[in-house]
Design a protein around this ligand. Sequence first.
Ligand SMILES: [Zn+2]
Length: 198
Amino acid sequence: MASQEIETLTAALARLPGLGPRSARRAVLWLVKRRESALPQLLEALAQVQETLVECATCGNVDTASPCAICTDPRRDARSLCVVEDVADLWALDRARLFSGRYHVLGGRLSALEGVRPEDLSIPALIARVEAGGIDEVVLAMNATLEGQTTAHYIAERLEAYPVRITQLAHGLPVGGELDYLDEGTLAQALRARRPVG
Ligand SMILES: [Zn+2]
């Protein structure tokens, strides 16, 4: 039977995405064994996060300032806006350095099942950004899930009234992907998104 302190920490860690009670307990034991070496570093990093990180009021990114470094970077193309579900998606796209415009984080996806409505996400804020003008293209970079695609479809409809080009990530063959290893959904998407050759 572990102490109350261990139980409390384990329960707190178990709530993190990707960690269940079992992994949380292993992490706690690891930390207890290294309370002189690793724990001060971790506490310092957590305190820094709590003190310095804020949500960007413009795009929803998490950074040390609002507006964030991406929103204020003059080298980025303000006329191109990429809409993502979560901050993690923004970071993934930005790590790949493939997109040079700015972002808009929705904070989730529409879900009838979970009762997530457009006004629960930052969709009204997105419409307002487009309405304010200065944006030529909106790239819908939702996940290739049913809810992600429903969200993309809804946003595309809402933006129809504005003079912007609306594009969507092509969901097709992954690089190096062999046809017979793909699931049917990916294969169907790839077939539907087919283009003329040459
Ligand atoms: Zn921002």
